[in-house]
Write a protein that binds this ligand. Structure first.
Ligand SMILES: [Zn+2]
Length: 265
């Protein structure tokens, strides 16, 4: 696979990076990535993957656009309200980079379908906003051995972690059980500013891009915790657990059953 003149020009500002050339660009071009969620995190994640030239991006989200999404979800317009976000995002991003394939999949991710839905990707970048889906995505990626780029935002706290299955700690190694229903507020209850989801989503996308390009990544076995009140970025070392029910010796299905009524992080 070689790059066209159009592609060389489009990606020229990244191709001049000292550690990034046509080999790395071609690795991105061959990559197939799923983005779970087309919301506050999903918008920056899918945008930066698109701009960088990831060859195929599948955006999975079941929600329709609501006016309350527009303080942070920058891929949409007022006239899109009521339309499915996955398809809107795919259409908008295809206009930005027609060199790549972008698909919008309007489907709800559940513990039952995640394992099939997230099979065969080179990476999954998680922009989901609730624990049942987050654990479903983690467990599916662990079983399917698909690298997972986790991110989450709650008020002025952001988190990110990069997971290489069977090699580094997964989300469940660090947090074996979801918090009890109702103990962690949703973004509808707690509030969120778009710049927060933008920052965390950009970090997830950068980690995924570097990984797909064959570069070292910083957030393996590391939970990045961002406190935007103080702008402290703390890196917490985490370790893989051999007895983890998701990525350990023996997989045990552990769906998180409570329902979150949030409308998209
Ligand atoms: Zn694990």
């Amino acid at each position: 696979m070689s790059l066209s003149l159009e592609e060389i020009k489009r990606y020229s500002r990244q191709l001049v990076l000292p550690d990034f050339g046509s080999r790395e660009q071609n690795r991105l071009k061959k990559a197939k990535v799923a983005v779970t969620g087309a919301g506050g995190l999903g918008c920056p994640i899918s945008t930066y993957l698109t701009l960088a030239g990831v060859g195929r991006i599948d955006i999975i989200d079941m929600d329709k656009l609501d006016l309350t999404n527009l303080n942070r979800q920058f891929l949409y317009s007022v006239e899109d309200i009521g339309k499915p976000k996955a398809e809107l995002a795919a259409k908008r991003l295809s206009e930005i980079n027609p060199e790549i394939e972008i698909n919008g999949i309007t489907e709800m991710i559940t513990y039952d379908n995640a394992f099939d839905l997230l099979k065969g990707y080179d990476a999954v970048v998680d922009g989901t906003d609730n624990f049942p889906v987050r654990y479903a995505v983690n467990d599916a990626c662990a079983v399917n051995r698909v690298p997972l780029f986790h991110g989450a935002v709650l008020m002025y706290e952001g988190r990110a972690m990069s997971i290489i299955p069977k090699e580094t700690a997964c989300f469940r190694c660090v947090f074996p059980e979801a918090p009890p229903a109702g103990t962690v507020p949703t973004c509808r209850e707690a509030g969120v500013i778009g710049a927060m989801t933008g920052m965390v989503g950009a970090i997830q996308a950068l980690e995924a891009i570097r990984y797909l390009a064959g570069k070292e990544i910083a957030l393996k076995n590391t939970l990045l915790v961002i406190n935007a009140d103080t702008m402290d970025f703390d890196k917490i070392k985490v370790t893989r657990k051999e007895d983890c029910t998701a990525c350990g010796e023996k997989f045990i299905a552990k769906p998180v059953v409570y329902v979150c009524e949030d409308e998209g992080n």
